[in-house]
Design a protein around this ligand. Structure first.
Ligand SMILES: Nc1ncnc2c1ncn2[C@@H]1O[C@H](COP(=O)(O)OP(=O)(O)OP(=O)(O)O)[C@@H](O)[C@H]1O
Length: 297
């Protein structure tokens, strides 16, 4: 298990990562979310030892992480890191060898992985001659070829088409099933919602949410959609609920207590026909907007 304890990083006056603590448990896929400049890449670089923390700790299996531990991690950095002008297969073999895999084993693994992602024919081509999506596939293969004990992936799905995303998800799942913790950053919230066991949200360097998607949903405010027979603007006059939005005969409201649902229904029926009253399950995008707005205000 990977654990961050109060991890902090300053760049001059900028507090890029501010006292961040969370865990990536064995066999879990954790989605790391946050707006541009939130501190995700800086956090991942500190996990990988590319950047030194200004404060706090990175722990692996309940002790301070070492360079030797990190050598057994798979990392896909933001700046990627493969050489555009080198042939695909040679680079994968070289990288695997750096992680202690023998040359023959490395060639076998690289060949298998390339074939699996329909890139067998491109093995001898320079990386830069592949489409961006295929280069991205090779980058992911590079991160996993040494069969790492932990995966740290910075935006691994950016630029991939849906079929490639599914291929990569299948690959990552093989690692989590084997007990490997996986941390990946993404701006694609729908994808994070679909894939992740847990979600960590950063805003302006601070951790603003951390938990299973279901837990986060339950911890947020419960909203309801009311569809009335005619204009629903009257909800704005009710002082015991918060009106989030009204458009014509549809109102989105936030109730203080579950028992207020009956009260709202009674009020609506008193005013005319009710077409629908439904609880809205927040998406990860809703949760994200909610928690990042709190920090911004
Ligand atoms: N080497 C550096 N020198 C100075 N400031 C930096 C450096 N690296 C990052 N920062 C600053 O730290 C903050 C966090 O940046 P970081 O790249 O970690 O965010 P991010 O969440 O990965 O963003 P994005 O989603 O845009 O990639 C930003 O304000 C950024 O400008």
């Amino acid at each position: 298990m990977l654990r961050l304890d109060g991890l902090t990083r300053r760049f001059g006056d900028t507090l890029a990562v501010d006292d961040v603590s969370f865990e990536v448990p064995a066999g879990h896929l954790v989605g790391f979310v946050g707006g541009n400049g939130a501190g995700k890449t800086t956090t991942m670089r500190m996990i990988m030892g590319v950047l030194a923390p200004s404060g706090g700790h990175v722990r692996w299996d309940d002790r301070e992480i070492t360079a030797r531990d990190r050598r057994e991690f798979g990392y896909m950095p933001e700046e990627r890191g493969l050489y555009p002008k080198q042939p695909v297969l040679d680079q994968l073999v070289y990288l695997a060898q750096l992680h202690g895999v023998s040359r023959s084993e490395a060639r076998e693994r690289a060949g298998e992985m390339l074939a699996r992602f329909d890139l067998g024919e491109r093995a001898k081509d320079k990386l830069e001659t592949l489409s961006l999506g295929n280069q991205q596939r090779v980058q992911i293969i590079a991160a996993v070829i040494s069969r790492p004990k932990m995966l740290v992936l910075d935006e691994p799905f950016s630029g991939l088409d849906p079929a490639a995303v599914d291929d990569m998800v299948g690959l990552l799942r093989e690692f989590t099933v084997a007990g490997v913790p996986v941390l990946f950053s993404s701006h694609q919230l729908d994808l994070v919602e679909r894939l992740c066991d847990r979600i960590v949200i950063l805003s302006h360097g601070r951790l603003v949410a951390n938990g299973a998607a279901d837990e986060l949903r339950r911890s947020g405010p419960v909203r309801h959609r009311l569809v009335a027979g005619s204009d629903a603007g009257w909800v704005r006059d009710l002082d015991w609920l918060r009106t989030v939005d009204v458009a014509g005969n549809t109102a989105i409201v936030q109730l203080a207590a579950a028992s207020d649902t009956d009260r709202l229904l009674a009020e609506a029926m008193r005013r005319g026909p009710v077409r629908e009253l439904a609880e809205l399950v927040p998406s990860v995008a809703d949760i994200y907007r909610e928690v990042t707005a709190e920090v911004a205000t």
